[in-house]
Design a protein around this ligand. Sequence first.
Ligand code: PLP
Length: 387
Amino acid sequence: MPLKLPIYMDHHATTPVAPEVFEAMRPYFLEHFGNAASRNHAFGWAAEGAVETARAQVARLIGCKPIEVVFTSGATESDNLALKGVAYAYRDKGTHLVTSQIEHHAVLDTCKRLEKEGFHVTYVPVGRDGIVDPSAVARAITPKTILVSIMLANNEVGTIQPLAEIGRMCRERGVLLHSDAVQGVGKIPAGVDELHVDLLSLTAHKLYGPKGVGALYVRMEKPRVRLVPQLDGGGHEKGRRSGTLNVPGIVGLGKACELAGRVMPEETAALTALRERLRSNLFLRLDHIHLNGHPTRRLPGNLNVSFDFVDGEALLMSLKEIAVSAGSACTSASIEASHVLRAMGLGEALAHASIRFGLGRGNTEEEVDYVCNRLVEEVTRLRAMGA
Ligand code: PLP
């Protein structure tokens, strides 16, 4: 089959909706358009039934009870609800939270907001390999700590955190643990009991579901987590999140979870093989390149590399037919180096010269080889130009 351009290798940013997921959603836009809260007619019952099926599908993937799943508009909302909801509910007990320096902005900026409101937050550093040290988290906990929030897998360098170990330690100390598990759910096992987490955020669009829908797992027993809702309204989701449910989106999330659970073992093997093909060929053919993140404790589809003597932006601009991400984020005034790479100890130059590859369902060996050839070509050209 001829290679089709452009090539998508940015699956940490978002994923395409799987055809099976799209087909499952379609009837809930058209014939079954009812409001899941309409308890007195067949349209409402059909919608409610579909939502409950999806709740069970999500619960099965993360090993919890369906009632512990709260549907939201995505992980940004789930993270906000987890952190603010717990902070406000447990304020009498303490005002200290612990997180890591490499969290997504949905967690970091929520922490910043809480700091403005009088809470205190410790941002635990990470090692050069991007792994959070459980003993550093343990050391950060004080008698006033009410919540620890550590992501399952990092969205830039793909590092998988020792969450079960952190969870066991938090449980012993009676501190709640939240995890932004967006990048891990559907890619690696994420059972809430195995990880000892009390709250967990996930989002559909990172696992071949639609954008704008996600969920927050909230443990109901041992311990029962209390949350102050962040949206006031009709008391949907047992009062935990008001707002008319996005029925087609929720159906899509459920189906995507079911599918991910089914294909995870083969997909992990296939993506790891593709990732290693890309990594080994790049490292064989180019000098002065560096792997960012842990060599093995990383998401199957993640590769993050920095190139000496090359500007990352210039490199991306020269690879317009390839969709990947740079380790820098454009803000209105400047281009800022990734806070994740900086926390891992990379200097400005290398942090700016990094590329994140997010391999996913549908990528092929031919695509990997094309991307590798083009990268070698452009890095060599830019280095020769001194760009
Ligand atoms: N957390 C992580 C680790 C992410 O990668 C993302 C998405 O980029 C989010 C949170 C935000 O998710 P959403 O787009 O569903 O709000």
